[in-house]
Ligand binder design. Structure first.
Ligand SMILES: *Cc1c(COP(=O)(O)O)cnc(C)c1O
Length: 383
């Protein structure tokens, strides 16, 4: 309370002043959630910590941005309220008339974003097979400003050679952005491989517990950073402090979770590959993956915890198998501690290019023997 006042304030004033933050110097070990939308100025007009207004910045967001920048070996990072808001910011940083190259099996919502929003803004795009360098080279146009990569891709687990494609981009004065959601900086550092921008849906492995939606854009380039920061602050698709707090908590255990998940995924992929009811397993850790060597080269530290399988059977047999699994919850999304399975085609809608017999699997941290037994059981049951 302001002690310079002589008379005792009224109830309404006490209700406000008596509940203001008194403990900002109390040094808690766990970061508090700073819900405050605005920050006090000192009497000389300065601010204690550069925090002015929560859309522009706040302590919980600053922690997430600094952590992800360091982990990705970037200089700047900007957090958003979803992965799609982060991805949108990258497209908004382009100018009208620019051309973009996207992977032919790109994350479905990004294709929709281009069709529904950015086409009207006169951004054109072509879908190309990013696993083939020659095809990428041929697809570049004089106005190509951005090459977008997802490696591994969703849900086919195709890889792109990030170094080679970044070089192609740079030869054309374009930039290369990599969606690193599926591997995280634990397994892949696209900026080190030559990419200009890394994006994440922090909803997935960073959050890690299927209870928060978020995104982030990371770079090592002040010109790009300036554009993305302006879009973040003035468009305002910013994450709430509580969401940032959850993501910061997730970052603390990210490496433990994804390493265990990746180990489980490798064992499950090997089991499924030898099962007579499985037509094909898409997992970069398997020798049978057509880009296994590239995976070893550019994903130095691991193969990730996502895979997809093709079932020998009809669409209804495929969905019946997914429904019989006990430890794999039927749900979209990925990267949480719990295992999930998804029939991608039915989520992506009628124009989806995904095979009718494909199931996408996000492997969790459960015991691998239980996960394998679950598939063994589901695949043995009569439909
Ligand atoms: C989930 C996901 C997104 C979208 O992120 P949201 O947080 O759902 O907006 C983008 N890219 C990839 C690879 C994803 O898995």
């Amino acid at each position: 309370m302001n002690r310079s006042m002589k008379s005792k304030p009224k109830f309404e004033t006490i209700a406000i002043k008596s509940t203001e933050n008194k403990y900002s110097d109390s040094a808690p070990v766990s970061t508090p959630i700073y819900l405050s939308s605005t920050y006090k100025r000192n009497s000389d007009g300065s601010y204690a910590n550069d925090f002015v207004y929560s859309r522009a910045n706040n302590p919980n967001r600053a922690i997430v941005e600094e952590a992800i920048a360091i982990l990705e070996n970037g200089k700047q990072a900007f957090a958003f309220s979803s992965g799609m808001a982060a991805i949108s910011a990258v497209f908004q940083s382009l100018k009208t008339g620019d051309h973009v190259l996207l992977p032919d099996d790109i994350y479905y919502a990004i294709k929709r974003l281009m069709e529904e929003v950015f086409n009207r803004w006169n951004l054109s795009y072509d879908l190309v097979d990013m696993s083939n360098i020659e095809t990428v080279k041929k697809a570049v146009k004089t106005n190509t400003a951005l090459i977008w990569l997802e490696s591994p891709s969703n849900p086919q687990l195709k890889l792109s050679d990030v170094s080679a494609i970044s070089e192609i981009a740079h030869q054309n004065k374009a930039i290369c952005a990599v969606d690193n959601t599926w591997l995280t900086p634990v397994f892949q550092n696209p900026l080190e491989l030559g990419a200009d921008i890394v994006v994440h849906s922090t909803t997935k492995y960073f959050g890690g517990h299927s209870d928060v939606i978020g995104g982030c854009v990371v770079m090592n380039n002040e010109i790009i950073a300036e554009k993305i920061k302006n879009i973040q602050v003035f468009s305002g698709a910013v994450p709430a402090p509580f969401d940032c707090w959850l993501i910061a908590r997730g970052i603390q255990t990210l490496h433990l979770r994804i390493k265990k998940q990746s180990k489980n995924a490798m064992k499950l992929a090997k089991y499924l590959e030898n099962h007579p009811k499985i037509e094909k397993v898409n997992y970069p850790g398997l020798q049978s993956h057509p880009q296994h060597l590239l995976a070893k080269k550019q994903q130095k530290k691991g193969f990730g915890a996502m895979l997809s399988v093709l079932i020998k059977g009809t669409e209804s047999e495929t969905t019946a198998i997914a429904a019989k699994l006990a430890y794999f919850t039927l749900a979209t999304s990925l990267g949480g501690v719990e295992s999930l399975v998804e029939h991608r085609k039915s989520v992506e809608g009628p124009d989806s290019p995904t095979q009718y017999n494909l199931l996408r699997i996000s492997v969790g941290i459960e015991h691998i023997e239980d996960l394998i037994a679950d598939w063994k059981n589901a695949l043995s049951l009569k439909n």
